[in-house]
Design a protein around this ligand. Structure first.
Ligand code: SF4
Length: 387
C-alpha cells in the first residue's frame, strides 16, 4: 500500500510529535551525510530510524543510558582538516576548479574567473532555498561556479534531512559535481580503500539530494556520478585529487533509504509520554529506548552511537543477531541462542526446517567427533599403561 500523502497539517503534527520525543527545549541534531550513509547500512532498525528522524542526539542519549559511544574525531584532526579545506578553497576556489576540470572535464574551457556566490540565509530551510537558487543561476550564467558549503535537503523516512557537502561545482555545460575534501593522505595517487569507500557512500547521499534539486529545473541539469575526492598529497599540505565513480553506492543508498521504515508509523506505536531527553533518569530512558524495536548487528559498532547499549541488550536476550547478519540469515526462524541449542539437541524445532535439520546434523557430527577423540585418547592411555 503506498504511504498516505503528507499534507501540511500532517507534517506539522509529525514535527510536533518528534519534538515531544526529543524532550522540552532539546534542539534537534541535524543528520549529516555520514550518519545517513550509516543509517542506510542498517535499514531494518526502527530504533535508529526514529531517533535520527527525531533529531535525538544519540551520543548524549548513549551516555545518559550508561553506555557511552566510542565515536568522535579528535580536536587536532578537526583543526587539521579545516586548515586543509581552507587551503584547497583559497583564492575563491581557483585550485579546486582547476582540479575538477583536470580530473573530470578536461575538454571544457579553463576557468577564466572564479565565481562563488554568497549562500548565507537564515535557518536550514533558507539555506536550502538559497542553494537551489544559486544552482539555477549558475546553470543560466554558464562558466564555472563553486558553491562552498551549500545546503541540500533529502527526504529521509518521511522527514527532511539537511546536508552540507564540502562543495558543489557547476561546469560550463551546466552539469554538477560533488566535491569531498578529506584529511586522510593520498599516497602515490591512491588512498586507503576503506576510507575512500566511506567517502564515496557519503558523496552518494549528496548526489541523491542534488538530483532532487535538479529534477525541479527544466531542463534538469545532469548530476555527475563521478565525484572529486581531494586529499593531502603524500602527508604534505598540498592537494591531490582523484575522480571516484559512485554509481554503485548511489544505487545501494537510494534502495536502502527507500526501504527505511517511516518514522511516523514507528512514533505512532510508542506508549504515551515516551521521551528520549538525556535529562531523564536512566531507567526511564532505558524503557523509552526499549519501546522501539532494534535490529542489532556487530556492524553497528562502527556506525551507531547506541551500539554498546544495543549489544548488551541483544546479548542479554540471547539474540542471534549479535552473532552477525550472515549467521542470522542462516538460522531462519530461530531467533535466540537458546532456540538454536534446543533445536540442535532435538528438543524443539520442525525437523523439516532446513536450518533445524542442518543444526541436528552438525550436532550429530560433533558428538561423533568427540566420541572418536575420547576413544582414541583412552586407547593411548591404555597403551601407555601396558608397555
Ligand atoms: S546500535 Fe542499536 S539503534 Fe543503532 S543501528 Fe544498531 S540496533 Fe539500531
Amino acid at each position: 500500500m503506498p504511504p498516505p500523502r503528507t499534507t501540511p497539517q500532517r507534517a506539522k503534527a509529525l514535527r510536533h510529535r518528534l519534538a515531544e520525543l526529543r524532550g522540552p527545549d532539546v534542539p534537534a541534531k541535524a543528520l549529516d551525510a555520514r550518519a545517513l550513509a550509516a543509517l542506510a547500512a542498517n535499514p531494518g532498525c526502527s530504533r535508529r530510524a526514529l531517533l535520527d528522524g527525531a533529531g535525538v542526539n544519540k551520543a548524549a542519549l548513549a551516555s545518559a543510558l550508561g553506555s557511552p559511544s566510542a565515536f568522535g574525531q579528535s580536536q587536532f584532526a578537526l583543526t587539521r582538516g579545516n586548515a586543509f579545506e581552507a587551503r584547497v578553497k583559497a583564492d575563491g576556489g581557483a585550485e579546486l576548479l582547476r582540479l575538477v576540470r583536470e580530473k573530470l572535464d578536461p575538454d571544457a574551457e579553463p576557468p577564466e574567473r572564479t565565481y562563488a556566490p554568497d549562500l548565507t540565509a537564515s535557518g536550514p530551510e533558507g539555506r536550502t532555498a538559497r542553494t537551489a537558487l544559486a544552482l539555477r543561476e549558475a546553470v543560466e550564467a554558464g562558466g564555472w561556479t563553486l558553491l562552498d558549503h551549500p545546503m541540500l535537503a533529502l527526504d529521509v523516512a518521511g522527514s527532511p534531512a539537511f546536508l552540507e557537502p564540502d562543495a558543489v561545482v557547476v561546469h560550463p555545460d551546466g552539469s554538477w559535481t560533488v566535491v569531498e575534501i578529506k584529511s586522510f593522505p593520498m599516497l602515490d595517487g591512491s588512498a586507503d580503500p576503506a576510507k575512500v569507500g566511506a567517502a564515496a557512500r557519503q558523496a552518494a547521499v549528496y548526489v541523491l539530494a542534488l538530483e532532487e534539486v535538479a529534477a525541479r529545473l527544466d531542463p534538469a541539469p545532469e548530476v555527475r556520478h563521478r565525484v572529486l575526492l581531494v586529499c593531502p598529497k603524500d602527508f604534505s599540505n598540498l592537494p591531490a585529487a582523484s575522480a571516484v565513480d559512485i554509481r554503485k553506492q548511489r544505487a545501494v543508498t537510494a534502495r536502502q533509504l527507500a526501504r527505511l521504515t517511516r518514522i511516523e508509523e514507528i512514533a505512532a506505536g510508542l506508549p504515551e509520554g515516551t521521551c528520549f531527553s538525556p535529562e531523564l533518569p536512566a531507567e526511564q530512558l532505558t524503557a523509552a529506548v526499549e519501546a522501539v524495536p532494534a535490529t542489532y548487528a556487530p556492524e553497528c559498532l562502527a556506525a551507531c552511537e547506541l551500539a554498546f547499549h544495543c549489544r548488551d541488550r541483544s546479548r542479554t536476550a540471547g539474540a542471534v543477531t549479535s552473532l552477525g547478519r550472515a549467521v542470522r540469515a542462516e538460522l531462519g526462524g530461530l531467533t535466540t541462542v537458546e532456540d538454536v541449542l534446543a533445536a540442535a539437541r532435538g528438543e524443539s524445532g520442525d525437523p523439516d526446517d532446513p536450518a533445524v535439520a542442518a543444526l541436528r546434523r552438525a550436532a550429530a557430527l560433533r558428538a561423533e567427533a568427540l566420541a572418536e577423540a575420547a576413544e582414541s585418547r583412552s586407547g593411548e592411555l591404555r597403551g601407555a599403561a601396558c608397555p
